[in-house]
Design a binder for this molecule. Sequence first.
Ligand code: GTP
Length: 595
Amino acid sequence: MKNLRNFCIIAHIDHGKSTLADRLLEYTHTVEGKDLQAQVLDDMDLERERGITIKSHAIQMNYVSGNEQYVLNLIDTPGHVDFSYEVSRSIAACEGALLIVDASQGIQAQTISNLYMAIDNNLEIIPVVNKVDLDSAKPEEVEDQIVDLLGCDHSDIIRASGKTGLGVPEILEAIISRIPAPDGDPEAPFQALIFDSVFNPFRGIIAYYKIVNGTIRRGDFVKFVSTGKEYHADEIGVLKLDMAPQQQLSAGNVGYIISGIKTSREVKVGDTITHVDRPCSEAIAGFEEVKPMVFAGVYPIETEDFENLRASLEKLQLNDASLTFQPESSAALGFGFRCGFLGLLHMEIIQERLGREFDMDVITTVPNVSYRVFDKHGNMTEVHNPSGLPEPTLIDHIEEPYIRASIITVADFIGPIMTLCLSKRGILVKQEYISGNRMEMTFDMPLGEIVIDFYDKLKSISKGYASFDYHLHDFRESRLVRLDILLNGESVDALSTLTHADNAVGFGRRMCEKLKELIPRQQFDIAIQAAIGAKIIARETIKAVRKDVTAKCYGGDISRKRKLLEKQKKGKKRMKQIGSVEVPQKAFLAVLKLD
Ligand code: GTP
């Protein structure tokens, strides 16, 4: 165990974590040049295309220094705030972390939030200034920022480039000399922390864990503490580029277990594995049930695809336990599902996978958060859909989730960012210089305001010079009202939103204006109205038009005419008929596009 090191890489998104990991794998001959697809750790297509590490993985390297042979386990961490619980468990499985900071970007919001997680878990931090090959690199300035943040010495910081390989040998030496070997007693009752799991169509769920104490042998009878379920360890092993089976693994090691588990719901990140016969006295601290925070309706375009959609969602859930779904029906959209996601990125990923892997054409409704609705007797119900809100007379009060957000920016953009956050009902908690003219602003804000167009606005007002990170903070009472939209007098449940009472009128007006732009003119007038309860607060009208797409063909080429008609038919596909009105998919997301 003394020559074992477990470490992770923490960084803000795009600061070069995956590229640097590739260099470490190459240098230690874990992968050879010809196998090295760019970013081997990102093995889902989607991940590679988006350049985002979605699920964490682990990989073992052998490294020789002098006469000593070392085993290094690199535990990869996802780079996005939606997956921060997974990041926290991956970090908890390590004794040290490489803190990577882009030499041209400097410290960003996620650098700090991940660093705090690492410090909370007592990790040894090795600061690395990456991408020093860039012309725009300012390594001295960024080193100053790191020294201010960590209180370390300039000489502790390694300059590196994932592109040229500069600094890679120094990083490996620092890993073995600065990060402590894991401790833990191989003779104690078995206790292992699950930090990730993946679904394999042939082998079932493969759980990844770090052994804190004890020893596991192939064939052992084990128990997962939070679910109470018991399994035989059919196969255990370590994670090289592929899985490498072993007969036994002891404290300090990182490994995998295959035990015939069929669904990801049985394997929870953060859970503890122990022996049935000689269980550990307590579970490893920090287990949390991750709960979806963002909800949206997902409806098949063709009604008969409902069962196919259910089957697709079930398959997706096999390897993604954080996705939840429940059948619901909407007067406007028919039968579909209310899906729960960890956050907006997670939602986008699921939508994309439904299309890409299952060829499902779906309409998704505006995302909303989960609300706690209290009745007059103090009973609480969680409401995941604005149209599921009880009658106002039955409601005592409503609570909504608040996040604590950290935004790092330069002095020039403080004004506009403040205005934006205040307009989103943000409350400034703290504002401080972190170094030079860089500022960290901390806000408490309703999550419901973030899921609607916050990122894009932040990006555009700060010209990209603001980074953002958040975690769920608490639930707070808010004066929320349900805003309904009516088309030709008919309420469209899929367009209902919960909004703060003070903003409702302006919001309703902008919704009507936007819908007027998004809904195509039809052969009759369409009245768009916004209402709170029985009270209409805004109205727009779409004037009738008689649209003949073939008119401009001058009676000529028949095949051209047919093509146009086909095209029109296709265009219709992403429409839903609501009463007499045809409504395109983008109208259901109108609220995301309000100015
Ligand atoms: P996420 O997984 O999305 O968090 O990103 P990451 O931190 O893993 O970053 P990644 O390794 O994907 O690199 C982001 C971009 O920076 C890519 O376009 C890389 O080619 C580029 N890049 C990474 N390291 C270097 C470097 O040392 N120098 C230069 N010039 N570019 C780099």
